[in-house]
Design a protein around this ligand. Structure first.
Ligand code: SAM
Length: 312
């Protein structure tokens, strides 16, 4: 494992901690363990006899975090699962875990994933086009770029990446790949820069940003993961159990907002008013955003959006 790219500054940590349940002997599930930035701060607050489950689809993240959290193993039962978060809860149920008191989802990519050039997530480094969060998965960004049909590439860039200038980029990919494989991030970045409009080139932010986001979403199935994982997470809360979720753009946040609304609105209550109705309370009427000070200290926190919910 590369220790060089191991640092991840947890975002909105104080806000996350403020949602911990009052009782401190709890079962805590971290669905996006990453480098255990949040998890180590949370475990620090829990009482002896608590139980922790850490999930990540990235093997490097899991092995790093297992080591980092060893210091808590005397007092807390530590358990790990290499899994996507959409599969994690069914797997935990099979192990006899029936619910949790605190569940954290801090979705997206961690700093070590972005900053390690060999992972191919960043348009800032020249690297093989990869972008897999789980290095054991088979679909890579390179395969998408070199084998997807025109319609599929349009879906990836226009629908997932919300790129305005997708058309000429897709046309160019189709032409170039007839001659030779497109294999590196910089080949793709150059191709994008040469085929987007002057306005896109002049806009704030890197012209390849949304293209890379669309590709990353496709490689890792991130939108489907979010929808299924969040649904599972909500129904896995014990009574008074709390779910905190941090997303990084308005598209992701809308999925959270709509799902939270659907389980807390009066329409939902009326429709399902039965004895064993599932009932939840929003803990954040409006989403929480990072403070100016946090953004100054960690620019990656800037787009983060936090919402929280409690099961009644
Ligand atoms: C933003 S980082 C979390 C950082 C962590 N909270 C910390 O403080 O170190 C997101 C992590 O979630 C993992 N991840 C993203 N989507 C996932 C999914 N669908 N299933 C499992 N893990 C996922 C990524 O591999 C990454 O390690």
């Amino acid at each position: 494992m590369s220790q060089e790219y191991s640092f991840h500054q947890p975002v909105m940590l104080a806000e996350v901690l403020s949602f911990l349940p009052k009782k401190k002997k709890i079962t805590y599930l971290d669905m996006t363990l990453g480098r255990a930035g949040h998890a180590s701060a949370i475990l620090e607050k829990l009482s002896i006899g608590s139980t922790f489950y850490g999930v990540d689809r990235d093997c490097e993240a899991l092995s790093y975090s297992k080591k980092r959290l060893e210091v808590y193993e005397k007092n807390i039962s530590l358990n790990y699962l290499h899994s996507t978060f959409s599969d994690a809860i069914p797997k935990l149920k099979k192990q006899g875990v029936n619910g949790v008191d605190f569940l954290l989802m801090d979705i997206g990519v961690s700093s070590p994933q972005f900053d390690d050039p060999k992972r191919g997530f960043s348009y800032r480094f020249d690297a093989p086009l990869d972008m897999r969060m789980n290095q054991q998965d088979s679909l890579t960004a390179k395969e998408i770029i070199n084998t997807y049909s025109k319609e599929e590439l349009i879906r990836v860039f226009r629908d997932l990446g919300e790129c305005k200038d997708y058309y000429h980029v897709v046309e160019k990919i189709l032409t170039v790949r007839q001659e030779k494989e497109i294999s590196t991030t910089f080949e793709l970045v150059d191709l994008i820069k040469e085929n987007v409009s002057y306005q896109t080139l002049k806009k704030e932010g890197h012209p390849a940003k949304q293209f890379f986001l669309g590709l990353r979403y496709e490689v890792n199935g991130e939108i489907a993961q979010l929808k299924k994982g969040l649904q599972e997470a909500i129904s896995f809360l014990n009574s008074k159990g709390r779910l905190v979720i941090i997303t990084f753009n308005s598209e992701e946040d809308k999925i959270v907002k709509d799902l939270f609304k659907s389980v807390t609105s009066s329409a939902h209550k009326d429709k399902y008013k039965t004895k064993d109705v599932e009932d939840y309370t929003l803990l954040t009427k409006k989403p929480l955003l990072p403070t100016q000070q946090e953004i100054e200290e960690n620019h990656r926190a800037k787009p983060s959006i936090l919402r929280a919910l409690e099961r009644n």
